[in-house]
Design a protein around this ligand. Structure first.
Ligand SMILES: Nc1ncnc2c1ncn2[C@@H]1O[C@H](COP(=O)(O)OP(=O)(O)OP(=O)(O)O)[C@@H](O)[C@H]1O
Ligand SMILES: N[C@@H](CCO)C(=O)O
Length: 318
């Protein structure tokens, strides 16, 4: 280490939003931030902390997420601080208020990664390093998350399109979303790990399917920015959803029923949550009416304009 360390008394509170990736045809590229967020308070302990009590967790995942350095937020924060040669990462302790359900396709891992990154950034700045650029933040978040479609909206909010200008560097832009577009999610109790869902995808797809998706992806951008009446046609996917049907039969049945009723429903991320995009304050009611008798939770969290926030950074003691 170069002698840079997190100062005594360091304390920060960050939030990171849930996200929905793919949005139909934009596999591994499109994503949006939702108005549900995890809140994490981190502080530097001035004494050694028992390894298994570094994270106090309430809310979603409190019964099964690890409390040690295996905890994703701690692991990300520590590894980034170590890469920057900032000492003290192993003495960070967390209070996590989790609102995002894990392994449901609502970007919980991206939110955890972005929370860890935000803590590492705040600690680095407190130690005297410059504030990282947006491009550096996306690079770190993509490094840990594996793909940028959840990471970009978790960092920057809104609806994002991500791509790889170089094979090892992701980039993203934010779209100017039509003000009437609303987002509803249908969240089942069942969990499905992203790694399991990715295993179900074929290594290659027919050229016609790739061509169809690229046309619809272009239409989606127009629909969400300018003409929400085209969202149903602009969310037809041929690259991922059907391949994953066997792992989430009930979710694909919900997608089918909602689309048959004219609502732009897609699998959210790797599932099994379903995302519905549309207009009107009554969108959640219309979704609930189509899914009458279904026990999955219907929520209308809206599209969040903002991504991760660093809520408070107390002045550091010397
Ligand atoms: N708040 C959190 N704190 C610590 N670890 C978390 C947290 N949220 C998610 N994780 C880790 O990420 C895993 C879930 O990641 P996974 O990619 O399977 O689902 P997801 O991110 O919710 O879904 P998707 O990527 O499809 O939107 C959890 O099992 C846990 O290991
Ligand atoms: N694009 C990703 C999102 C989940 O991380 C997938 O569908 O596997």
């Amino acid at each position: 280490m170069s002698g840079i360390r997190i100062p005594a008394g360091f304390s920060v509170e960050v939030t990171a939003p849930a996200t929905s990736a793919n949005l139909g045809a934009g596999y591994d590229s499109f994503g949006l931030a939702l108005g549900v967020a995890d809140t994490v308070r981190a502080r530097l302990s001035d004494t050694e902390v028992p390894h298994d009590s570094r994270a106090v967790i309430t809310g979603e995942g409190a019964d099964f997420l690890p409390r040690t350095g295996d905890h994703l937020i701690l692991r990300v924060a520590e590894q980034i601080l170590a890469a920057r040669e900032v000492a003290g990462g192993e003495r960070l302790v967390l209070e996590c208020e989790n609102a995002i359900p894990q392994s449901r396709g609502m970007g919980s891992s991206a939110a955890a990664v972005v929370a860890g990154l935000s803590i590492a950034d705040a600690a680095s700045v407190a130690a005297g390093l410059p504030e990282p650029t947006a491009a550096e933040k996306l690079a770190w978040a993509t490094h840990f998350e594996g793909h940028p479609d959840n990471a970009a909206p978790a960092l920057f909010g809104g609806v994002t399109v991500s791509w790889y200008p170089e094979s090892d560097r992701a980039s993203s832009i934010s779209l100017p979303v039509h003000p009437e577009v609303r987002a509803v999610v249908v969240v089942p109790d069942e969990r499905l790990g992203t790694d399991v869902a990715r295993e179900l995808l074929p290594r290659t797809v027919p050229h016609a399917d790739a061509a169809a998706n690229s046309a619809v992806a272009g239409l989606f951008v127009h629909a969400i920015c300018h003409d929400p009446s085209l969202l149903l046609e602009g969310t037809v996917d041929r690259l991922h959803q059907e391949f994953r049907r066997p792992a989430m039969l009930a979710s694909l049945e919900r997608v089918d029923a909602l689309r048959a009723a004219g609502l732009a429903a897609v699998v959210s991320g790797a599932g099994p949550t379903v995302l519905v995009l549309g207009t009107g304050e009554d969108l959640a009611d219309r979704v609930s009416a189509v899914l009458a008798g279904d026990d999955a939770r219907v929520l209308q969290p809206q599209i969040a304009e903002n991504g991760a926030t660093t809520l408070s950074l107390r002045p550091m003691s010397a």
